[in-house]
Design a protein around this ligand. Structure first.
Ligand code: PGA
Length: 248
C-alpha cells in the first residue's frame, strides 16, 4: 500500500504563504516524480485558503479540509458544509482532530455524524483518535482509542472512504514522538479493531500523527500497519514535508 502523506496546515499562514507552500509541494514532486510510486499526497489548508490553493495543485496532490459541519446546510453561522467542500474539489476532510475535540468539545457522536455526511457526498474522511498523557500513564490507551474509534466511525465507513489517524494527544506539536514500539502496538490494536468491525478493515489506511519530522519518518514508516502520516508543524515547510515523504 502506498503511504498517504497528509499535511494539516491548521490555522497558519497567509494567502501568499499558502499559495507558495502548495506550489512548493507540487514543484518538489515534479522534480522527483518517482516519489509518487511510494506516496500519495494531500494538503489541508485553512478553509479560506482551500479555493486559491486548489488553483496551484496538480493531480499529484489532493486537497482536503480540516473540519466540516455536522449538518447539510442552513442556519449554521460560521460552518462549512460537506457539499461546499466537495463543490470546490476537496477530496478529503480531517475529522475529530484532538484540537477540535479538546478546544471545541467535539464528541465521537458528532464526528460520526460529520463522517456520514462526508461519505454521502463522496469525501474521504481522515478520522483522528488518540489518548492523552494521563490516559497513557494509567495504561488505558487501548480502551480509550478503541472506544473512540467504535463511536466515531459511521456505518458508511469502508476502506475507500475512510482513513484513521492515530495521534497521541501528548505527541501533537510537542516534539515528543511515540516510540516505534508504542506506535506498532497501537496500530496493531487499531488494525484488529477495524478488521473485526468492517468488511475490508485490513485494507484501511492507518496514519500516525504527532511530531513527525524528516528525522523520524523512516523509522515510523517502517512500523507494521503504519500507512502514512498526518503532519502538522512539519507540513508548513516544503523541505520538511517532502523530507518526510522521502522516508516512505
Ligand atoms: P504536529 O501535528 O505534526 O505538529 O505534531 C500533527 C497533527 O496535529 O495532525
Amino acid at each position: 500500500m502506498k503511504k498517504l502523506i497528509a499535511g494539516n496546515w491548521k490555522m497558519n499562514g497567509t494567502m501568499e504563504s499558502a499559495l507558495a507552500l502548495g506550489t512548493g509541494v507540487v514543484e518538489a514532486i515534479q522534480a522527483s516524480p518517482q516519489i509518487l510510486e511510494r506516496c500519495d499526497f494531500v494538503v489541508c489548508p485553512p478553509s479560506l485558503h482551500i479555493v486559491p490553493v486548489e488553483t496551484v495543485l496538480t493531480q499529484a496532490v489532493s486537497l482536503g479540509a480540516q473540519d466540516c459541519a455536522a449538518s447539510e446546510n442552513g442556519a449554521f453561522t460560521g460552518d462549512i458544509s460537506v457539499s461546499m467542500l466537495k463543490n470546490v474539489n476537496c477530496e478529503y476532510v480531517i475529522l475529530g482532530h484532538s484540537e477540535r475535540r479538546q478546544g471545541h468539545g467535539e464528541t465521537d457522536a458528532q464526528v460520526a455524524v460529520k463522517a456520514a455526511l462526508a461519505h454521502k457526498v463522496g469525501l474521504i474522511t481522515i478520522i483522528c483518535v488518540g489518548e492523552t498523557d494521563a490516559q497513557r500513564e494509567q495504561g488505558v490507551q487501548e480502551q480509550v482509542v478503541g472506544d473512540s474509534l467504535a463511536a466515531s466511525l459511521p456505518a458508511s465507513a469502508n476502506p475507500q472512504n475512510t482513513v484513521i489517524a492515530y495521534e497521541p494527544v501528548w505527541a501533537i506539536g510537542t516534539g515528543k514522538t511515540a516510540t516505534p514500539a508504542d506506535i506498532g502496538a497501537m496500530h496493531g490494536f487499531i488494525r484488529d479493531a477495524l478488521s473485526k468491525k468492517l468488511a475490508g478493515g485490513e485494507k484501511l489506511r492507518i496514519l500516525y500523527g504527532g511530531s513527525v519530522k524528516p528525522g523520524n519518518a523512516k523509522d515510523i514508516f517502517a512500523v507494521a500497519n503504519v500507512d502514512g502520516a498526518l503532519i502538522g508543524g512539519a507540513s508548513l515547510k516544503t523541505e520538511d514535508f517532502m523530507g518526510i515523504a522521502q522516508g516512505a
